[in-house]
Structures are given as structure tokens and as C-alpha cells.
Design a protein around this ligand. Structure first.
Ligand SMILES: C[C@H](O)[C@H](O)[C@H]1CNC2=NC(N)=NC(=O)C2=N1
Length: 116
């Protein structure tokens, strides 16, 4: 997982979306993430659990800052005690290696909470 998180994001024109087998192969390093398909477009998703709404909001904000840093943005569903993070590349209509890198970095944020 760390190896993936430490990879540099590729610039958009270098490569294209990954096929299902490639995504599943890379997801073996992110066991809590799953590949889903919404309206024909692949995305990788994980549900994170928290003790309350405010802690879930704080995590969402940390992921948002990460996204702004890289100009690559997830869908985040904030609920009481829960954040669903979904990564895909809108411009390409599927999952790019960058989405797996961002998912690995999302994991790293979760594993290193601000007050740990
Ligand atoms: C102009 C800007 O770079 C683009 O709109 C970016 C912003 N963030 C993005 N995030 C994601 N996940 N996919 C994109 O295609 C995308 N495009």
C-alpha cells in the first residue's frame, strides 16, 4: 500500500484508464477498497467509519485538501459516523493509476489521524 501511495501521479496524457483485471490486481494492496461500476463507469470505493459526524467531517476535509493539492478529486459522501470515498477520473471515464495512488494516500490519511 505504501509503495502505491509514494508513487508520483502521472500527468493525464501519459496513460489511459485501467481495465478491470489491472484494477483488481492493484486493489490487492488496498484490501478495504472495492471496484464498482456506476452508469458504466468504473470507480474504486471504500466506506470509512468514525465515532461521530464531526470526526467524519474532519476526515473529509483532509481528503479534500489532498485532492486540491493534486487537482484530482474524489466523490465524498459524508454521513453520521461514515465517509464513503470514491475515486475515478472523470475526464477519462474510468479508473486511472492516479486513482489507485490517491486511494492509497487516502488510506494513509486515515491511518495517521491528526491527533495520533
Ligand atoms: C480542470 C481540472 O484539472 C479538471 O477538471 C480535473 C479536476 N479534478 C478531477 N478529478 C478527477 N477525479 N477527475 C478529473 O477528470 C478531474 N479533472
Amino acid at each position: 500500500m505504501n509503495e502505491l501511495a509514494d508513487r508520483a501521479l502521472e500527468s493525464g496524457h501519459q496513460t489511459s484508464v485501467l481495465v478491470e483485471e489491472q484494477i483488481q490486481d492493484l486493489l490487492t494492496t488496498l484490501p478495504d477498497w472495492e471496484l464498482n461500476c456506476v452508469e458504466g463507469i468504473h470507480r474504486i470505493e471504500r466506506v470509512y467509519s468514525f465515532d461521530d459526524f464531526v470526526t467524519a467531517l474532519a476526515f473529509s476535509n483532509r481528503v479534500a485538501a489532498l485532492a486540491e493539492e493534486h487537482d484530482h478529486h474524489p466523490a465524498l459522501l459524508l454521513e453520521w459516523g461514515r465517509v464513503t470515498a470514491s475515486w475515478w477520473t472523470h475526464s477519462l471515464g474510468g479508473v486511472h493509476l492516479n486513482d489507485l495512488i490517491m486511494a492509497a494516500r487516502t488510506e494513509r490519511l486515515y491511518q495517521n489521524p491528526p491527533h495520533s
